[in-house]
Ligand binder design. Structure first.
Ligand code: FES
Length: 577
């Protein structure tokens, strides 16, 4: 050891560690308290591992173990791994909804990356909101970045049947309400659903986002599907650690990888896998950070005519463990052929077509061939009309085909609390042709746009064997949910959107083929109702919720904060002392 650090101007971290003055002393000396030898500060890439590990995010509780495997790869490739936390969002634990905090986490990620002496970053995440939050933050800094997902749980097993995270919760709870399942059996299923560490084993939002980022080329192949507890997930972590060091040397950044072609591929893959509607808001927000020309209508444009190839809950029968054994995402992308832009770049340095060229499909039921799709046209549909001037979305793959063209009378709920109080009232004026309308659940209104759009059906209709109805709201729904559910109505109720004007008994037309969502009420009547709308109460006068309400954009823009759109780069001008 020379005792003298060698300045390494090529690396960003040399701005901290390459200086021989008082500032360099401070930056190095305090890190040395952790036992780092002198030469680690002399030109070795500093790799941040941004971990969303937390005991309060059960889907991510194994990420500390996975980080150790990333570290091995980083050390091996000549880098220095440095794990740091940046918030963690547990979908099943955080109230009032984890989505309220997605933008907050993205800010924590962005500023943690920019403010620290790192040359590149591994985004280690899982559970629905962590992946988009991490990518939004990293995109706004644009240092070399690679994503590593935590991986899905093993299949749930209950009384000889596979059961899936979320999807079977909704099914079982409806079965209990319909009198078809006992409370004892319901509670027994609870322990059978979550059998291992990892994120939801259905094609929920976490699986969707892990696969979508793989499709966008910002992960190594098979990032989405390898089960959390499979040793091959640890191998992937090791390889990810190696690769980020190489990416730093190559100066390969998110802006080089997350191009318009990557977003188009993501939309097509989302259709083919039967992915979550939540991917809509997340990809719009990520695109906004990168300045990519990508808007809500592109979900319809790119997704149109893409077949559903993956037979996973909630649109199908199987689970993520089965999906990996059947070939995973590379097999799906290979099957999509020309529908995928094969020239899109990836973190490997190769085009995506090279990554999927050797993929194989095992069996014929979990991943269908392009010649035998489950559905010919599985893209998320974007609806417009006087009820959703800026758009709304529906996932036809999870809907009842006969309800995709439907006209019915509205049964209106002013809030989710109002809904819960009245939905099982035997006197509620509702029948199978009614359309359930829920207000006040948009980004500003809730606040945070919760996953309540898949409203449970009235008990008296469940008991008559009704299994689906048209439902409309400004909310989101869980990626594990299903039904003929119109979501993300924009503008939302709280922003004065037309949803606020709907009254009981109004006729609404849903025409998915025509992409129409129309409130059949004369414009003059709607104008009069608008005049009579009461002012909304201001329930939050301080703190993050106030900031959120003041700055969150509408769903059709991705529900990011207006002041977070775009990038600030990685430069920091001033010193701390
Ligand atoms: Fe964490 Fe589903 S609740 S991934």
């Amino acid at each position: 050891m020379s005792g003298q650090p060698v300045p390494t101007p090529k690396l960003r971290s040399s701005r901290w560690y390459g200086k021989l003055d008082r500032d360099g002393f401070i930056h190095r000396s305090w890190m040395k308290s952790d036992g780092y030898p002198e030469d680690l500060f002399s030109g070795r890439p500093m790799v941040g591992i941004c971990s969303s590990w937390s005991d309060l995010t059960p889907c991510n509780s194994h990420l500390d173990e996975l980080a150790e495997h990333v570290k091995r790869g980083v050390w091996e490739a000549g880098g220095v791994p440095l794990v740091f936390p940046a918030m963690s969002l547990g979908e099943t634990q955080m109230l009032p909804t984890a989505m309220l905090f997605r933008n907050l986490m993205s800010m924590a990620v962005e500023e943690s990356i920019r403010g620290n002496p790192i040359d590149g970053v591994v985004l280690l995440g899982g559970c629905d909101k962590n992946t988009p939050a991490q990518l939004m933050g990293a995109a706004s800094v644009d240092l070399p970045t690679i994503v590593l997902s935590g991986g899905p749980k093993l299949n749930g097993q209950y009384r000889g049947e596979k059961i899936g995270s979320g999807t079977d919760v909704w099914k079982f709870s409806e079965a209990v309400r319909a009198g078809e399942m006992s409370s004892e059996a319901f509670l027994a299923a609870e322990s059978c659903m979550s059998r291992s560490k990892g994120f939801c084993n259905t094609m929920g939002t976490a699986s969707t986002m892990a696969l979508v980022v793989e499709a966008m080329g910002i992960t190594l192949p098979q990032n989405g599907a390898i089960p959390a507890v499979d040793s091959r997930r640890a191998v992937l972590a090791h390889l990810t650690g190696r690769r980020i060091v190489e990416m730093i040397h190559e100066d390969l950044r998110p802006s080089d990888i997350l191009t318009g072609a990557a977003f188009a591929n993501a939309v097509r893959v989302n259709a083919a896998i039967g992915g979550s509607t939540n991917a809509v808001v997340h990809l719009l927000a990520i695109a906004g950070r990168l300045g990519i020309d990508f808007e809500l209508g592109d979900w319809d444009r790119f997704g149109k005519g893409v077949p559903l190839l993956v037979n996973l809950m909630p649109a199908g029968e199987h689970l993520m463990e089965d999906f990996y054994y059947a070939g995973g995402l590379p097999a799906v992308m290979k099957e999509l052929g020309d529908l995928i832009d094969g020239d899109a770049p990836t973190v490997s340095g190769l085009p995506i077509s090279d990554q999927v060229a050797a993929a194989e499909r095992f069996g014929s039921d979990v991943i269908r061939s392009g010649d035998e799709p489950i559905l010919d046209d599985a893209g998320i549909a974007v609806l417009h009309g006087n009820l959703a001037p800026d758009g709304a979305v529906i996932k036809p793959a999870a809907a009842t085909a006969a309800l995709l063209q439907h006209t019915g009378r509205a049964v209106v709920f002013e809030s989710i609390e109002d809904f819960k109080e009245r939905i099982d009232d035997p006197g509620l004026d509702v029948d199978a042709d009614s359309i359930l309308v829920l207000k006040g659940c948009g980004p500003q209104g809730y606040p945070g746009m919760p996953e309540v759009g898949n409203m449970p059906l009235p008990q008296k209709l469940l008991e008559r064997g009704i299994t689906d109805m048209v439902r409309i709201s400004d909310a989101r729904m869980s990626g594990t949910a299903y039904g003929t559910v119109v979501l993300h109505v924009s503008p939302e109720t709280a922003a004065g959107g037309p949803l606020a004007l709907v009254e009981n008994g109004d006729v609404i037309t849903l025409d998915v083929a025509g992409r129409v969502l129309q409130l059949e009420v004369p414009e003059d009547d709607l104008a009069a109702r608008r005049e009579a709308l009461p002012a909304l109460p201001q329930e939050y006068d301080r703190g993050y919720a106030r900031l959120y309400i003041d700055h969150v954009q509408q769903a059709h823009l991705g529900a990011d904060f207006d002041f977070l759109v775009g990038s600030s780069g990685s430069e920091v001008e001033r010193e701390s002392h």
